[in-house]
Structure formats: structure tokens, C-alpha cells
Write a protein that binds this ligand. Structure first.
Ligand SMILES: NC(=O)c1ccc[n+]([C@@H]2O[C@H](COP(=O)([O-])OP(=O)(O)OC[C@H]3O[C@@H](n4cnc5c(N)ncnc54)[C@H](OP(=O)(O)O)[C@@H]3O)[C@@H](O)[C@H]2O)c1
Length: 233
């Protein structure tokens, strides 16, 4: 059984589509997707602003039945808020909201799972991070809140992977970089991309699902790109 938190998003939908024929759960935030081709997806509401969102999810489904759980929510911009080009555009509220959605949500999810999963769980837990959250790869700067919240997320993935080596030794925790994918999140930033660099949600869904399929607990704590290469933190 598979769950994508943020299943209503571009990358979430791509992943759920790649798992056609399997038992699939997805969460939505604003509108429940209505799609005849994927009518068998079980949709659950989820709002990361609610302090007990993860607990609510664990009431709606048995997390011990899951073989794969992907956290595919994320925030880069809103109607009235673009990613910062300069530190002069820094706003505390936007930074804290980015931290909540992009970083804290993963910690809250891992906290809930550690409380519920049986010790022998072989769960594969993946979170969609982003290469721009890599500190050592950062050569351009900018996008302060997004980059910082993804870097915080990457640290939390490392920490949870280390903790679960003892608590849930058969489980796997990884961060995935999906590559630039045609979604609401990337839409304002697609102009000028070299040909072939923008992937469809179906391409990304296939790429990430095959990485997840081949994942073993020996890989826990890795930061893996859509093409299978390892990324530096
Ligand atoms: N697209 C890219 O090129 C790209 C590149 C690198 C990394 N990423 C990362 O990939 C992940 C998915 O991005 P995407 O491109 O699929 O974006 P997207 O299409 O905008 O999807 C975002 C998802 O997050 C959900 N969400 C947002 N705020 C939420 C909240 N407060 N509570 C619960 N759910 C919430 C959305 O729900 P609704 O649909 O209901 O609003 C949607 O399911 C993000 O972490 C992003 O940073 C994307």
C-alpha cells in the first residue's frame, strides 16, 4: 500500500499514476482531484497548518500497512509572494511559513511514524527535497526561504535516518530531488530552460517510482536525484 502526502500536486500525481493497479492513497489540501482514469485513488484531506495533521492521517489509515510513503508537499511561491532574489526581500512570516511546509512537516510525520510503526517495519519513507537545498552545490544564491527550508529538511532527513537505524532498522529514509518538473510550483520559472530539461509529471513519476522500487535499507540517509545519482548535502 502506498501513500503520497501532496498527492494532488504535480509530482504527487505523477507518482500515484506510476503506481496504477496498486492500492494508492493520496492527500489533497485545497481541492480533491476528480479524475476518471485514476478513480481508484483513495483521497484524504490534509492541511499541514493543523498541528495534529499527521495524527489525523494515522487515524484515517494504518501506517503499518504501507510499504512506501512519499511526502510530496512543498512551497516555493504564492500569488502575492515570489522567492526572494535578494536578502532585502526577506520577510519573517514567509520564512516561517516555508519552514513549516518544507521542513517541519517532515519532522512531524517522522515523529508520528516512529510512534506507530512496528520495529520490524520495512517502510520506505521518501521526502521530495530539491537540489537547491544543497549547501555545497549552491553557486547562485537567492531563493532564501526555499533554499534554507530545504537545507533544514535535508538535515532532518539525515537525523531521522540515523535515529531509525536503531529504532526502525529495516526502514529506509531518503531525500529525493525530482528534477525540474512541469507543475504549479515550477510554472513561473520554466522560461528559458534548455530543451529537454523540463520533465512531465509522468516522466518524474516513473523515474522516482523506479528509484523507490530498487531502494534498500542500506541506502538510508541518502540524497538521490531523479536519475539515480547521489547528490551532495
Ligand atoms: N516541480 C519542480 O520542478 C520541483 C523541483 C524540485 C523540487 N520540487 C519539490 O517537489 C515537491 C512537490 O512539488 P510540485 O512541483 O509537485 O508542486 P505542486 O504541484 O505545487 O504540489 C504541491 C503539493 O503540496 C500540497 N500542499 C501545499 N500546501 C499544503 C498545506 N498547507 N497542507 C497540505 N498540503 C499542501 C498541495 O496541495 P493542493 O494541490 O491541494 O494545493 C500539492 O499537493 C515540493 O516539495 C517541491 O519543492 C519540485
Amino acid at each position: 500500500m502506498k501513500l503520497v502526502i501532496g498527492g494532488s500536486g504535480g509530482i504527487g500525481r505523477g507518482l500515484l499514476g506510476a503506481w496504477a493497479g496498486q492500492t494508492r492513497f493520496g492527500t489533497y489540501y485545497q481541492n480533491q482531484p476528480k479524475d476518471e482514469t485514476d478513480a481508484d485513488i483513495h483521497w484524504l484531506p490534509c492541511d499541514l497548518h493543523q498541528p495534529d495533521w499527521a495524527e489525523r492521517l494515522s487515524v484515517a489509515l494504518d501506517v503499518n500497512q504501507l510499504d512506501t510513503l512519499v511526502l510530496a508537499t512543498g512551497l516555493l511561491h504564492r500569488d502575492n509572494q515570489k522567492p526572494e532574489k535578494s536578502i532585502r526581500q526577506f520577510k519573517r512570516d514567509w520564512f516561517l511559513e516555508s519552514m513549516l511546509i518544507n521542513a517541519s512537516a517532515f519532522a512531524e510525520l517522522a515523529d508520528m511514524l516512529q510512534g506507530k510503526l512496528q520495529r520490524q517495519s520495512e517502510l520506505k519513507l521518501a521526502v521530495i527535497s530539491a537540489k537547491v537545498g544543497s549547501i555545497s552545490d549552491n553557486r547562485l544564491g537567492g531563493w532564501h526561504s526555499y533554499r534554507a527550508s530545504k537545507a533544514a529538511l535535508n538535515m532532518l532527513v539525515t537525523n531521522v535516518a540515523l535515529e531509525w537505524k536503531h529504532r526502525l532498522p529495516a526502514a529506509t529514509v531518503v531525500a529525493l530531488h525530482p528534477g525540474t518538473t512541469d507543475s504549479r510550483l515550477s510554472a513561473p520559472f520554466q522560461q528559458g530552460l534548455p530543451k529537454g530539461q523540463l520533465h512531465s509529471i509522468e516522466q518524474t513519476g516513473q523515474a522516482l517510482s523506479s528509484i523507490l522500487e530498487g531502494l534498500s535499507s542500506a541506502q538510508t540517509g541518502q540524497f538521490i536525484a531523479w536519475d539515480g545519482s547521489l547528490l551532495p548535502w
